[in-house]
Ligand binder design. Structure first.
Ligand code: 13P
Length: 333
């Protein structure tokens, strides 16, 4: 067993000095959909190749502290024969693993979901830890609609997040706790603020109930942002100020750090928002950095297009976005 201090050190390493996390944990169906849109064939081997290409980007570890893997990738190997978690560790990138099994319909609450995956989770975490995982991720999905989020959905999702986080810490794994309020919809930034605040407050209430050690976890929230179909789009400054204010109201100072998700925003905008948060707010109790999926990978995937002749330029695209987000996390873009 590691000491609690070791978990804290890992959590701090994940979020400090401007470094952030590359979320490459799309499930195979989700990644297949993204490949299909670009005419890339999706097979076990093409998904493996894509991820090996991302992770072998020269000097990626200058900006990326860790990466989240999906189970398929976690059990695959680099072309050298080294397993993904081992190869990442030798590249100086902490390997993480997505352990939830997805957001499923919350019975009796139309339009809302609860994330599943708690059954057998302790045993799965133990195996992942043995194979090199140092952190894990669980994503709860909160929908803003006319009558949602309901208190029921908020509590059900927060409860699952807290049980997951507790199991992680018991298995020497740092939990990334991700209550994502979706940006899809017509809602205003004020409605996003209220829903995000409610989701975070529920989450921290349940984390306290389960005695989760806050200094040994990373929070991965969504930004407070106008719905993508809202007629009035908040400015970058409004997004930064509302997000930081919301986190200040809800996130205890003991949390090791905040690593934001990009949530489908255009990549440059996700970077700008992060930069504004850090350039306008200097006295924060926790680092605010990135744990982007699409925000880091979109341009690299388009550039690669499934063709190995494009490896170098695709890696250059990933490097460019990792570097820009690193600067943004320092508030120095
Ligand atoms: P996006 O940054 O693309 O939202 O992905 C982050 C993530 O891990 C979602 O669970």
């Amino acid at each position: 067993m590691s000491t609690t201090t070791e978990l804290h050190e890992i959590a701090v390493k994940m979020v400090s000095g401007g470094k952030g996390i590359l979320a490459a944990d799309e499930s195979s169906p989700t990644l297949s959909k993204r490949f299909e849109k670009l005419g890339i064939e999706s097979t076990e081997e093409s998904r493996r190749t894509w991820r090996e290409m991302l992770f072998t980007t020269p000097s990626l570890s200058s900006y990326i502290s860790g990466t989240i893997l999906f189970d398929e990738t976690f059990n695959q190997s680099f072309s050298s024969g080294q397993s993904f978690p081992e190869a990442l560790t030798s590249l100086g990138i902490l390997p993480g693993i997505k352990v939830d099994t997805g957001a499923k319909e919350l019975q009796g609450f139309p339009g809302e979901t609860v994330t599943e995956g708690l059954d057998g989770l302790g045993a799965r975490l133990e195996k992942y830890r043995e194979k090199g995982a140092r952190f894990a991720k669980w994503r709860a999905v909160i929908n803003i609609g006319d009558k949602t989020p309901s208190r029921t959905a908020l509590v059900a999702n927060a409860h699952a997040l807290a049980r997951y986080a507790k199991l992680c810490q018991q298995n020497d794994i740092v939990p990334i706790v991700e209550p994502e309020v979706l940006m899809n919809g017509f809602h205003t930034i004020e409605e996003s603020f209220r829903a995000t605040r409610a989701a975070l407050l529920s989450t921290f209430e349940q984390l306290a109930l389960f005695d989760v050690v806050l200094s040994e976890m990373v929070l991965k929230p969504s930004m407070v942002i106008s719905g993508d179909k809202c007629e009035v789009q908040a400015t970058e400054e409004e997004v930064a100020n509302n997000s930081v204010e919301c986190y200040r109201q809800c996130v205890p100072a003991a949390v090791a750090g905040i690593a934001l998700l990009s949530g489908g925003q255009p990549d440059a905008l996700a970077t700008s928002h992060l930069n504004k948060m850090n350039s306008l707010h200097k006295d924060l109790p926790w680092p605010i950095t990135f744990s982007y999926g699409r925000g880091l990978q979109d341009e690299a995937m388009r550039t690669w297009g499934g063709d190995k002749n494009n490896f170098n330029s695709a890696q250059a695209a990933l490097f460019k976005h990792a570097q820009a987000n690193f600067k943004a996390a320092c508030g120095e873009l």
